[in-house]
Structure formats: structure tokens, C-alpha cells
Design a protein around this ligand. Structure first.
Ligand code: SAH
Length: 384
């Protein structure tokens, strides 16, 4: 069958990139371009392999696509990733990319290699800035600029793969084996885009990162937690940080909206929880604030009957932070209580502190916010 393409749309300087688009969006784009539905489906399937499995950045390299079609695609689209504003490598091998998604819209992603296993996790951002204002988190001092699109979330993975030289996306010996949504922003305030991004990341014909290797971390947007599981099949992580409502209200202010009881009801409703699919609880160790042995014991009680593991995160300092990291002995004693109760509780050695890539240190410089403005934003985000 001969296809007539609509050539009336001239290529513009700000051409859209196809890299990072879901297979459905690729198909829709090709239909808009004038391809009949069936052909668009076939081409979208080819394109996703080239873009997300092979990682090619030139339409000319897409050898199973006809020459005319390649030229046509190149006249309308690009395969570009967003601009890398900065790339830093820590002495411990951690890498950080500051990605410019648009003018004054900058977000960070961090690759954390596991030296022992040769694998590694990419920590991606779901929003630029954040509305939550957790008092120990640097990103929390930044205004929410906007949600990232699914394509922009996937693009962070493409950029990391480019940097690691890891194309094609073979399953064997991967350096980038896992994804954690633990960068800037609250993923459950951007669930549609996060779910679409996870579909693309886990597509077996593309990047092929299994859903069990993708973890989404939330500060506790309780009503969206079961939906996250149903829509994505991803692993769940909860930024707990306190075992009492009074303290959690203060350091993770979203607790004033969804308290511990509401949060734990939502966690228990997460689909498919089992010993093979445990919830990760993140607990930042703040000296004299949340690190007593009584709190460790209360944590054990709180976790009872939930397949769980705990990540103890030594507090990572940032300029202007009002907290200190707990002493090492205190962290170890806290971990002992959890371990004795049967919970795996690794202490997360801080990674990439020298390049400000560690948990809670991410913050792009583009947007600063006064304390009063920030308070208003938090109040608005926890109000109904
Ligand atoms: N908003 C989501 C995703 C961010 S994940 C969430 O809160 O889960 C980033 C993790 O790092 C969270 O557990 C966060 O609480 C933790 N964190 C933030 N600031 C930190 C700091 N200064 N030191 C250590 N961990 C921090």
C-alpha cells in the first residue's frame, strides 16, 4: 500500500524530540503526521526499539525504516535529550546530572553505582522543586516549578545511559539496573506522568527495566498509594522519619493532612505485598530528634505485620540546615533494635556528598524562595 504523507508541516527550529516518548505517544505522533493507523503502530514499535533499546541518536541509523521515512522523520523530529547543564562525578563514583528541561526549569538525577555488584541505581526527579517542605530536605526549600512530563522523566534515564555508554539496553551486566524515584519532587503529586514513564521504562522492547527494579518513594500521599501499585506494579518506599504524629507533623508536614494511621492503612492496601515485595521505609537519622532507642522500638511496633525493610539514612547536611546527623554509635544501636526484630535495616552510607548528590541535597539554583513564601506554599499543599 502506498502512503501519502502530509508534507505541509515544515520543520521548525524547536522540533519535538521523539526520545523518551511512550509507544502510544509515538503511534499518535505518527498518525498526526499522516500515517495510517496500522502502519503507525508498526513504525512506533520499530522506533521504540531504536530510541530506547539501541539508543540511536540519528534517524539515519534506523536501518529497518525506509529511507524516505527516515528523511521524513528527520525533517520533523529530533532524538535529542534535554540539555545537560552540569555533570559531576564524585570521588566515590556517584554521578550527578543537572538537566535543563526548559528555561529556568532544572532538575537533577543521580547515578549511584554499587561497587561490589557492578550494578547501580539511577535516582530520578519527578518534579522540579517540591511543595512538601520537609524540614530536613534541601529540595524542600525550593518552590515547585512544575511537574516533569513522562518524556522528561524517561529522558533522565536516556542521559544516564548515554553517559555510562550503555547502549544497547542489554539485560546482561548492566551498570544501570534499577530506578528509584527519590530525586526532586513528590512522585505521587505527579502520578499520571510517573505511571506513563514507568510503562516506558519497563517496556521489554525498549529500556526493559523490570517493574520490580523500579521504586517509587513518597512522603505519604496516602490516597494515591494503592493507585500507584495498581497502575505501575512498582516497589513502594515511604519516607517515614518519625514514629509519632507530633514529630512527623513537624518534620514531614504532609503528616498533618494524612497522619500515621491513615498512611499505614494505605500502605497495607498496596497490592501484592509479600516477603518478596516489601515496602522500604526510609528513616533519616537526625541527632536528638528521632534517633532514640525508644523510637526504634516504636518503629518495630508500627511495622508489625507489614513486609518491610528499613533504610537508615544518615542526615546529609546542606547550607542552612538546622539539623545534625546522629552519631554513628547511635545509628548502629538503632539499627540493632530493628535487626533483632527481624527487619533488614542497612545504614545507607552517604554517597556523592562532595558533589551535593546525596539524599535531600538536591536543589537547583534557579529558584529561591523566601521562608514566608515557602510556608504559604506548604500550607496550600496540605490544605484541602
Ligand atoms: N518526595 C519523595 C521523594 C524524595 S525521596 C519522598 O519524600 O519520599 C528522597 C529521600 O531522601 C526521602 O526519604 C527524603 O526524606 C530523604 N531526605 C531528604 N533530605 C535528606 C537529608 N538532608 N539527608 C538524608 N535524607 C534526606
Amino acid at each position: 500500500m502506498k502512503t501519502t504523507l502530509d508534507l505541509s508541516r515544515a520543520p521548525s527550529p524547536g522540533m519535538t524530540s521523539l526520545a523518551g516518548l511512550s509507544v502510544e505517544k509515538l503511534r499518535e505522533t505518527l498518525i498526526e503526521m499522516g500515517l495510517p493507523e496500522k502502519q503507525a503502530r508498526m513504525r512506533a514499535s520499530q522506533l521504540r526499539r531504536w530510541l530506547h533499546h539501541a539508543g540511536v541518536q540519528d534517524f539515519a541509523d534506523m536501518t529497518n525504516v525506509s529511507k524516505d521515512m527516515r528523511a521524513e522523520l528527520a525533517s520533523r523530529f529530533t532524538t535529542k535529550r534535554p540539555k545537560i547543564a552540569e555533570h559531576k562525578i564524585s570521588v566515590d563514583g556517584t554521578q550527578k546530572w543537572l538537566v535543563e528541561f526548559g528555561p529556568n526549569v532544572e532538575g537533577e538525577s543521580v547515578f549511584i553505582p554499587n561497587v561490589a555488584s557492578g550494578t547501580g541505581a539511577l535516582c530520578v526527579s519527578s518534579q522540579v522543586g517540591c511543595t512538601l517542605n520537609c524540614t530536613f530536605c534541601h529540595t524542600g526549600t525550593q518552590r515547585l516549578v512544575r511537574n516533569l512530563t513522562a518524556q522528561e522523566i524517561v529522558a533522565q534515564v536516556l542521559i544516564a545511559r548515554d553517559g555510562l555508554g550503555e547502549w544497547p539496553a542489554d539485560l546482561e551486566n548492566r551498570k544501570l539496573s534499577n530506578i528509584v524515584f527519590m530525586g526532586m519532587g513528590e512522585p505521587l503529586y505527579n502520578l499520571d506522568n510517573v505511571a506513563e514513564a514507568i510503562d516506558t521504562l519497563s517496556d521489554g522492547e525498549g529500556l526493559a527495566i523490570g517493574r520490580r527494579r523500579i521504586t517509587v518513594s513518597t512522603a505519604g500521599v496516602a490516597p494515591e498509594i494503592p493507585a500507584l501499585g495498581e497502575r505501575t506494579g512498582a516497589m513502594l518506599a515511604i519516607s517515614l522519619h518519625a514514629v509519632r504524629n507530633d514529630l512527623r507533623d513537624e518534620i514531614v508536614p504532609i503528616n498533618r493532612k494524612y497522619d500515621l494511621q491513615t498512611l499505614f492503612e494505605a500502605i497495607k492496601a498496596y497490592p501484592g505485598l509479600s516477603n518478596a515485595k516489601r515496602v522500604t521505609f526510609e528513616y533519616v537519622m537526625l541527632k536528638g530528634i528521632n534517633d532514640s532507642l525508644a523510637e526504634a522500638r516504636d518503629l518495630v511496633k508500627l511495622l508489625s505485620r507489614i513486609p518491610a525493610k528499613v533504610n537508615l539514612i544518615p542526615f546529609n547536611p546542606w547550607p542552612g540546615a538546622i539539623y545534625e546527623c546522629s552519631d554513628w554509635d547511635t545509628i548502629e544501636a538503632f539499627a540493632d533494635v530493628l535487626n533483632r526484630a527481624g527487619y533488614s535495616s542497612p545504614i545507607r552510607t552517604p554517597r556523592g556528598r562532595d558533589i551535593f548528590a546525596a539524599c535531600g541535597q538536591l536543589r537547583s539554583e534557579s529558584v529561591k524562595l523566601s521562608a514566608a513564601e515557602k510556608r504559604r506554599q506548604t500550607e496550600a499543599s496540605i490544605a484541602d
